[in-house]
Ligand binder design. Structure first.
Ligand SMILES: Nc1ncnc2c1ncn2[C@@H]1O[C@H](COP(=O)(O)OP(=O)(O)OP(=O)(O)O)[C@@H](O)[C@H]1O
Length: 229
């Protein structure tokens, strides 16, 4: 599903004479199989978000390649990557990143509008997906009228609505209390088992890391892989 091959990444900061190069990822390689839930862990600043941004095409790596479903995505142009993302990748973020001026329904519908789906199909698919996350009755609520756990479910519905085979999540439980976290993890597991969705999850939280099938740890820019349970 995902092949990360010899990824190197450095950031350059400062102007010409005072330019400093910060190496973040060094020779990072690993594979993730279809249907796995894999956590990425590592100290703050170890490069977890950088790695996720490279896999999702928001950052071009200094060197190396990433393949998703056998497509070498690191070769794609920005526009090609944008349409690839719409077909293949759903995203979940710590702070949900819902659009505050849109209702739950409109937030979930948005990726389908970007895909160019006609209105009738769009409405049906959006409602079906809100039902799947248990929020159909809250469809006309704005994000500010929903609890943190409900907002995270809306963001999961927005990720799910295009039927992606892969969901990338950056600290998905970071803003939730422990009971809400538990029910969110159970829901992720259910989606994984019922729909076969692959999850790659960045986390600081041991409970989240332990719940996945496998953990990949980044230390000093390198990957230490722990074998699954
Ligand atoms: N756009 C950027 N320009 C320069 N340096 C950057 C940039 N983005 C990240 N870095 C640096 O790269 C390193 C890795 O950052 P990254 O955000 O990937 O770490 P992280 O493991 O996700 O951290 P955290 O757990 O705190 O979110 C850090 O030293 C950071 O300062």
């Amino acid at each position: 599903m995902i092949e990360v091959n010899k990824i190197y990444h450095s950031f350059e900061i400062g102007k010409k004479e005072k330019k400093t190069v910060i190496p973040v990822l060094k020779d990072v390689s690993f594979q993730i199989n279809k249907g796995e839930i894999v956590s990425i862990v590592g100290k703050s600043g170890s490069g977890k978000s950088t790695l996720l941004n490279i896999i999702s095409g928001f950052i071009k790596p200094t060197d190396g390649e990433v393949k998703i479903n056998n497509q070498t995505v690191t070769e794609l142009s920005e526009g090609e990557f944008a349409s690839f993302r719409l077909q293949h990748i759903g995203f979940i973020f710590q702070n949900f990143q819902l659009i505050p001026s849109m209702t739950a329904f409109q937030n979930v519908e948005l990726p389908l509008t970007f895909k160019g789906m006609n209105e009738k199909e769009r409405k049906q698919k959006t409602l079906e997906t809100l039902e799947r996350v248990g929020l159909a009755e809250f469809k006309d609520h704005y994000p500010s009228e929903l609890s943190g756990g409900q907002q995270q479910r809306v963001s999961i519905a927005r990720a799910l609505v295009v039927n992606p085979p892969l969901i990338l999540a950056d600290e998905p439980t970071g803003s939730l209390d422990s009971d809400t976290e538990k029910s969110l993890l159970a829901f992720i597991k259910q989606l994984n088992e019922e729909l076969g969705i692959t999850f790659l999850i960045i986390t600081h939280d041991e409970e989240v890391a332990e719940f996945g099938h496998r953990t990949i740890e980044i230390v000093d820019g390198h990957v230490l892989e722990e074998v699954g349970k």
